[in-house]
Design a protein around this ligand. Sequence first.
Ligand SMILES: Nc1ncnc2c1ncn2[C@@H]1O[C@H](COP(=O)(O)OP(=O)(O)OP(=O)(O)O)[C@@H](O)[C@H]1O
Length: 357
Amino acid sequence: MSEVVIDNLGKHYGAVRALDDVSLHVAEGEFVTLLGPSGCGKSTTLFALAGLDRPTEGTIRIGDRVFFDAAAGIDVPAERRGIGLVFQSYALWPHMTVRQNLAFPLKLRKVPKAEQAVRIEEALALVDLTGLGERLPHELSGGQQQRVALARTLVFRPSLLLLDEPLSNLDAKLRHKARDWLKQLQRQLGLTTLYVTHDQEEALAMSDRIAVMQAGRIVQLDTPERIYRRPATRFVADFIGAGNFLPVRHVGHDEGGRMLVETGEGVRLVTAGTAPPGAGADLAVTIRPQHLRLSAAPIDDENRLTGTIVDRTYLGARHGYTVAIGDQRIQAESEQLFEPGAVHLAFRAEDTLLLDG
Ligand SMILES: Nc1ncnc2c1ncn2[C@@H]1O[C@H](COP(=O)(O)OP(=O)(O)OP(=O)(O)O)[C@@H](O)[C@H]1O
């Protein structure tokens, strides 16, 4: 039983609200990522779960055990929570071999010697380090050290795995490999996992659900696909890399009931979806750079804009363009090479999203 139920968690440091009414339910075996910019409260949430930081308000339950309840004065100490926490810094004991590092948490838990040996071999096999048990940490690569850190947590069979930016010390290529490997291992073990990152690509690739945090609050909790395609707010859209925000005004609907908006230059556009609840007439249309089609000649499409290419970047398979439309600058991408100057742009209504302006 390792479902995680966090309700109305709050933490303040004087006037700073590090956590503000955070509620999050994670199903058994689920992989949930806390995603957000520096200082939004990701680590504070993990530390509260691990029992390393005492929240000011709220409750934390894992399975049928209440670990924290501010009102009832319940606060189970970290060592009795059975939660595995892996940090960005590996924090291995430098003078101990890999095997001794792994034995440490088992000794603390008074696991008999014979069983320790079995569990250590098991954990080393899980992280593909069989045969390296006698090495010292400095005799291992960064990626291998990170896997030892993970094995040291898996060895005591935690009910919940907490990972705080565990891959951020690895170089880009290794990071990619480690991310696939880690996700596979998590699935294989069926471990309920909370993962912290500020890397949106990592979050999209690994998670069953993502909780986007802003200033101590969860602002959207959704599947990676919905976070990417239907960000709830401009902050989420911006953070997930939605690209362009074009200010528009709502002017009506077409015969099909789709929303009609108008740019500052008076160009009418058809958009998909609806404006967010409570939004006024001032809205923003978001369009990803790869969804804009560029052409030297006018394009026959329901959504057309004209602009001026003011900058070009070589992206490998594609070119990136900065296009001035009135006093707005937007980003576009194309396989085709265009010279600076006038350009026509088109996009499909279904590739747009309306957000509060
Ligand atoms: N001991 C402390 N005293 C005062 N403020 C603190 C303390 N610890 C954290 N904070 C504040 O609480 C907020 C949340 O911090 P937290 O470490 O959870 O952010 P984070 O999202 O994990 O950021 P990062 O990605 O940089 O690690 C921040 O505004 C931070 O400055």
